[in-house]
Design a protein around this ligand. Structure first.
Ligand code: 4AZ
Length: 308
């Protein structure tokens, strides 16, 4: 029942300061039906989420034993069997793409102490964006399909993804079980959330280019968000998780220079930019439409025959 959290399967990144979570990360190893972490860590500057406040929030975890898992990334439910996450969460040292059977998705909870097998879903397949590159972390987006349909209820349900890039100064909410301090090893046992504001992307990009010429913030496929005083931010373990703006998921937690570091907002994958790719790879629109079409096709054929 009781397990001490530990960091495992994590190596440090060459560009250590730039934090992308699967590599620098992670996490707590926990056993069902509960863990008793001895330290309370949280998304930086966040508040405790209420059960049902972020019903679309899931975690991505490595199976570490028969009844134990190790959480290392977040994700968002966007369909019956579909989760949105970051490509670096599935193509890092944690190669979910090649070994989906070694990982799982969990949701419908806030407190990791209350996790049970009914909250956990097997992964069927992983679709990382084909253009994802570790060079400048562009196209950091992926879709995960689970084997069984999610059991939706008040604590677990999908959210729409945004078709518009959020405007500068929009207040959005980021959530996750990530760490409270940069390079801390233990995540939060409770789901945390924090409000951050969309920052002008060229301002953000200027700061990042000073740090590293290879870290270009692409103004189309990425955007930045921060708290006015740089006291709230996503951090390691929050990667892949949602940034909710105006009721839809507009950003995927991608990377940043440390966490809540003055002058360096968090960088997010701009979900709206990937609308078309998402519609294709999530199957949320296409497959459902084919299914509906196949139901109505006989009627359409009959009508056509009649009109001849
Ligand atoms: C991470 O490693 C990570 N401050 C995510 C977001 C940020 C930094 C690190 C942004 O998962």
């Amino acid at each position: 029942m009781l397990l001490s959290p530990r960091v495992d399967f994590c190596k440090s990144l060459n560009r250590r300061m730039f934090s992308i979570s699967v590599l620098t990360c992670i996490v707590v190893v926990l056993q069902f039906p509960g863990i008793q972490p001895d330290e309370q860590l949280r998304i930086i500057g966040g508040y405790d989420a209420k059960l049902g406040e972020f019903p679309y929030q899931v975690f991505l975890a490595l199976k570490t034993g028969k009844n134990s898992i190790s959480i290392f990334c977040g994700g968002t439910i966007i369909g019956n069997r579909t989760v949105l996450t970051a490509a670096h969460c599935v193509l890092g040292d944690a190669n979910v793409y090649q070994h989906p059977e070694k990982f799982c998705i969990g949701g419908g909870i806030t407190d990791l102490n209350n996790i049970s097998i009914s909250h956990v879903y097997e992964i069927r397949k992983v679709i990382p964006h084909p253009k994802y590159t570790t060079r400048n972390l562009e196209y950091d987006i992926a879709v995960i399909k689970v084997k069984n349909k999610f059991q939706f209820n008040e604590n677990m349900r999908p959210v729409a993804w945004s078709r518009y890039t959020p405007a500068d100064n929009t207040t959005c909410t980021v959530s996750g079980w990530g760490v409270q301090e940069f390079n801390a090893t233990r995540p939060s046992p409770k789901l945390k959330a924090a409000q951050v504001m969309i920052v002008n992307v060229s301002e953000c990009s200027k700061n990042y280019s000073v740090q590293s010429s290879s870290l270009i913030i692409d103004p189309k496929s990425m955007f930045c968000a921060a708290d006015r005083t740089f006291s709230k931010d996503a951090c390691q373990g929050d990667s892949g998780g949602p940034l909710l703006c105006n009721g839809s998921v507009a950003g995927v937690v991608s990377f940043g220079y440390k966490c809540a570091y003055p002058g360096y907002p968090g960088v997010y994958t701009n979900v709206a930019y990937f609308d078309k790719w998402l519609r294709g790879s999530s199957g949320c629109s296409t497959l459902d439409n084919y299914f509906l079409l196949s139901l109505f096709l006989p009627i359409v054929v009959q009508l056509l025959n009649k009109s001849d």
